[in-house]
Ligand binder design. Sequence first.
Ligand code: SF4
Length: 342
Amino acid sequence: MTVEETYLKMKQKLSRLIPDDEIRYKAEIAAEINQLKKERNAVILGHNYMEPALYYSIPDFVGDSLALSRKAAETDKEVIVFCGVKFMAETAKILSPHKTVLLPAKEAGCSLAASITAEDVLGLKEQFPGIPVVTYVNTYAAVKAVSDICCTSSNAVKVVASLDTEAVIFIPDEYLAKNVARETGKRIIFPDDTHPSGAALDHPIIGWHGKCEVHDQFTVDDILNVRKQFPDVLVLAHPECRPEVVEASDFSGSTTAMIRHVENTKAPRYLLLTECSMGDNIIAANPSKDILRMCSIRCPHMKEITLEDTLGALVNMQYEIIVPEDIRIKAARSVQRMIEIG
Ligand code: SF4
């Protein structure tokens, strides 16, 4: 595709969101990336939280982290460029061990993934022996490797219900654990509560105090204020939001579930409580829908990934994700167990 064709394709989606000069500038970089992508036999994955100019120009697939990693594993491409954060690129490597996986910005981390280490998990297992560990996919490979099974925000309840046990350790997202506890009617404790040891059977979900620094910022007051102004608004909250925020919303689901819900319903207007670039991307894809969002809430880690960095990744084949094989094999087992449950 030429620069002009790339520009026209981007303009079609982005003219309401981005000034024309910026679209032209970014189309030049995108066209170069798409050319290099072919030469390197690469596939580019774009997470839902990528900025719109990137999201609508270079990815072969867009979506959430696990679905993207699974799609990349099915392709015959030798190189995977993951426009997302490090734990996502690690998941791609776990599922595609023989491919080269590149992360365009090596600083792209995550507050949630950074909240727990493999040593922390081993400590929990010692404190609560015999209790299986369910680990959210937003964690590093070393944490997945010492877990029993992974889950996503959309299948967390199903995964917990599938385990033949009363109690589970659910890490690392405190709010997702509380939301799962609410949905399954289970009680929740935390390892630092008073006298938690040995009381696991009385407290079926043992959580961890990890948080997504983006979803942690939404409050019930935000919802009440918007409802006051727009009583007919349909509020969608990601399950990484506080439980009281999820409860005050009309719908809660993963990024993919939120996108589908907007596409498949006809509310007068929507409020999206999630990362703002995703709101931009949904607006671009649904020009006829009235979509409100809290514009200041963006993930600083996701914003590390730019078109310029992605071009640099393909030019210099950087930054390669390495997962030691012993860790990869164990982490793949936890991911695979989840995939089998669905
Ligand atoms: S949005 Fe939250 S969970 Fe996602 S990468 Fe950013 S900090 Fe991590």
